[in-house]
Design a protein around this ligand. Structure first.
Ligand code: ATP
Ligand code: LTN
Length: 331
């Protein structure tokens, strides 16, 4: 049996970067894996990670259910996958504490996400320790594969290092997880600045397309997306800004980047932008339709999260007990 674990922070509006880099991949995995073999899939809403940067408490609570509804609207099926909220299972924070004691300070200092985020926010200890909590999310479930965007690769390498270190110190306990990062479109960039990642925390509303944006907003954001001084798509030109738009296109048509480039060669930028906006509108309209059906059903959403939490706890509590025994904790 194979275990797959991933998560998204309920720290803002989910955008097409989250969809392409994470959610869409999860849904494909869920629908193929469950047919082939008996996989166990966990998709977490990582609220303890979200509070490593300031959050408005009332907004955060609402976002947790919003993200749950968006998981389901995007195709995560609670009958096939376990959806739960990280802070509802205290085992995550407890294992993180234990792993802290074998984590070299210098290794956390090298994390690029920490370097980026600590420039934008006041650096607190939680932000520094973020990757250790992520390692405990993954290791508690004997995870084999972690489907994420490119930006999370370094955190998964740390997770593997911590697992190896723990195993060699205390005996075989943790499985070593593998990152699962798709080849194309693993890193979607801002529509306004192709040098920075499309991110929930971007202050420029034109930089991201959110999963709940209206058709009008989507069309306007694509229209205003930066390109370059060219006018027609040509393989010789190939600016970062244009490649980013073609990456988004290729993800939404489910084709390789190269294949999409060939198909689009010679089209004018404005013609291409119309095609791209049509595609995004078509997919997001379907997600939004399902979202509207489920988002108001708070008690159904809470039942799904409770069921997910109980299933998760059942598995994680055994692993945590084993860890505590090995480390020599308790009575
Ligand atoms: P923030 O920028 O506020 O830290 P985020 O938008 O990066 O948040 P996360 O919750 O950190 O969102 O990421 C959830 C998942 O989405 C992760 O697997 C991450 O790799 C993926 N992801 C996030 N942004 C992108 C992006 N621009 N391109 C591809 N994948 C992405
Ligand atoms: N750090 C991740 C979110 C995350 C995660 C995880 C992803 C927290 N715990 C465990 C995969 C597995 C991010 O996307 N920023």
């Amino acid at each position: 049996m194979k275990t797959i674990f991933s998560g998204i922070q309920p720290s803002g509006n989910l955008h097409i970067g989250n969809y392409i880099g994470a959610l869409r991949q999860w849904v494909n995995l869920q629908n193929s894996e469950s047919k082939i073999q008996n996989s166990e899939l966990f998709f977490c809403i990582v609220d303890l990670h979200a509070i490593t940067v300031p959050q408005d408490p009332r907004v955060l609570k609402g976002k947790i259910l919003e993200v749950t509804a968006l998981y389901i609207a995007s195709g995560i099926d609670p009958k096939k996958s376990h959806i739960f909220v990280q802070s509802e299972n205290p085992d995550h924070a407890e294992l993180a504490w234990i792993l802290n004691t074998i984590t070299p300070f210098g290794q956390l200092e090298r994390m690029t996400q920490f370097k980026d985020k600590s420039q934008k926010h006041e650096a607190n200890v939680g932000l520094f320790d973020y990757p250790v909590l992520m390692a405990s999310d993954i290791l508690l479930y004997d995870t084999d594969e972690v489907p994420v965007g490119e930006d999370q690769k370094q955190h998964i390498e740390l997770t593997r290092d911590l697992a190896e270190k723990f195993n060699s110190k205390f005996g075989q306990t943790f499985k070593l997880p593998m990152p699962m990062i798709q080849k194309d479109a693993a890193r979607i960039m801002s529509l306004q600045n192709p040098a920075s990642k499309m991110s929930k925390s971007d202050k420029d509303p034109l930089a991201t397309i959110n999963l709940l944006d209206s058709e009008e907003e989507i069309r306007e954001k694509i229209k205003k997306a930066v390109t370059d001084s060219g006018s027609h798509i040509s393989k010789d030109q190939g600016s970062e800004a244009l490649s980013n738009l073609i990456s988004i296109y290729s993800a939404f048509v489910n084709k390789s980047f190269e294949g999409s480039y060939d198909e689009l060669e010679g089209k004018s930028y404005s013609e291409f932008k119309t095609l791209l906006a049509d595609l995004i509108v078509e997919t997001l309209t379907q997600i939004q339709k399902r979202y509207k059906e489920i988002a108001g059903e708070k008690s159904i959403l809470k039942d799904i999260l409770e069921e997910g939490r109980e299933f998760a706890k059942d598995k994680s509590s055994k692993k945590l007990l084993e860890v505590k025994e090995k480390v020599g904790l308790g009575m």
